[in-house]
Design a protein around this ligand. Structure first.
Ligand SMILES: [Mg+2]
Length: 381
């Protein structure tokens, strides 16, 4: 069995971190370890993993996963689990390509042929959502997601929530569904009001209604509204998801495959959620490798519902978008709210390495936006 000969990473605009693994036969696999705003931290972790895993058998994906989780004493969290995701996804791509099959064939085979998708509208300070939703509709989307509010005080004027309700009504009037992302920027005194105000207009879900460190608060909120509650982009392993499933306060889990240890762990998180009758809607505002990896898990998961994709998201600026860095961007064409299952070997996308190398030269690490309140205080992004 071929051994790992090299592990490299490439920082590329708009804000992504790709991982390339080459085996001793010269075969390659690609992964994505993007962690928005923390690129340098993940790169440091990847340096250590590259030293540790070079020379190991490329087929031993689970052994390498367990070494990353258990051998280092410290475990979990966004940095370690994003670095591990980059390695894990690249090893799955490498193995499936060597066998000449899509990754989903190695996960038990597909249960669907098309993947339902949604896209972002409105930006960080939501505006012009009706116009943008209309544009998404003409691109083929039937569902979108938008931020609920602008930045908000811990306790703010109730009227700061009125615009959110109007925006939801405007999108629904176009015959589209909309998820409302509270983004962790809505604190408890405002979240219960906003959930109640949105409820009559039937959002597809409310996302991160409170930050995920507030399990008890989310549990209380879930008993206060009939709107499905979605969360999970800031949970990094099945151990992080477990208390939310046990508490019965989440309806839709949104693991981010680039932050939760890759294909191996997302498959397990999805299966665990299935036992609680909870749907899977993977978080993915990131690059083409992350999206292709998600689709491999979506393809085999009975409880998969809808996939986020970053086509034209407000962070994809400067000319690079989901369609960059690959030779077959047509796989992301949306029709009737769906994309076709990726049928090619490995991840099903063909990386344009020349373009990756070109744009990685002197690429800057992306810095997360920050909000400052009227008193000069920090507010959540
Ligand atoms: Mg979110």
């Amino acid at each position: 069995m071929p051994k790992i000969a090299a592990i490299e990473y490439f920082r590329v605009p708009p804000r992504w971190l790709f991982v390339k693994i080459t085996d001793e036969e010269g075969k390659v696999g690609w992964g994505e370890a993007s962690l928005e705003g923390h690129t340098q931290a993940v790169e440091g972790c990847l340096d250590a993993y590259a030293e540790r895993y070079t020379g190991m058998e490329a087929d031993d994906i689970e052994h390498i996963w367990q070494m990353s989780w258990r051998l280092g004493f410290y475990r979990g969290g966004p940095v370690f689990m994003s670095a591990l995701a980059g390695i894990d996804i690249a090893l799955w791509d490498l193995k499936a390509r060597r066998l000449g099959v899509p990754i989903y064939q190695l996960l038990g085979g597909k249960v669907r042929d098309k993947i339902k998708v949604y896209a972002w509208i409105g930006g960080d300070r939501p505006n012009d959502v009706a116009g943008q939703a209309e544009a998404r509709k003409s691109q083929g989307f039937t569902a979108v997601k938008m931020n609920g509010t602008e930045d908000l005080g811990w306790f703010d004027s109730p009227s700061a929530l009125d615009d959110c309700v109007e925006r939801l009504k405007a999108v629904k009037a176009l015959g589209m569904d909309a998820g409302i992302d509270f983004h962790g920027r809505v604190h408890k005194p405002m979240a219960k009001q906003l959930a109640k105000a949105l409820e009559p207009y039937r959002p597809m879900f409310i996302e991160e209604p409170l930050l995920s460190e507030h399990l008890d608060g989310i549990k209380a909120l879930s008993q206060h509204t009939s709107t499905p509650i979605a969360l999970g982009e800031r949970l990094y392993s099945r151990w992080d998801f477990k208390p939310f499933l046990e508490a019965g306060c989440v309806d839709i889990i949104q693991p981010d495959i680039s932050h939760c240890g890759g294909i191996s762990e997302m498959r397990r998180i999805a299966a665990m959620a299935e036992t609680y009758d909870v749907a899977l809607a993977p978080h993915c505002p990131l690059g083409p490798i992350a999206l292709a990896a998600n689709i491999q898990v979506d393809a085999v998961s009975a409880n998969f519902a809808i996939q986020e994709m970053s086509l034209g998201i407000h962070y994809n600026v400067g000319g690079q978008d989901l369609t960059s860095y690959t030779h077959n961007p047509e796989v992301w064409n949306v029709q009737g709210g769906y994309i076709d299952l990726l049928k090619g070997p490995g991840l099903g996308i063909e990386i344009d390495e020349e373009q990756v190398r070109k744009f990685s030269v002197d690429a800057k690490a992306w810095v997360s936006p920050g909000f400052i309140g009227p008193g000069g205080e920090v507010r959540e992004w």
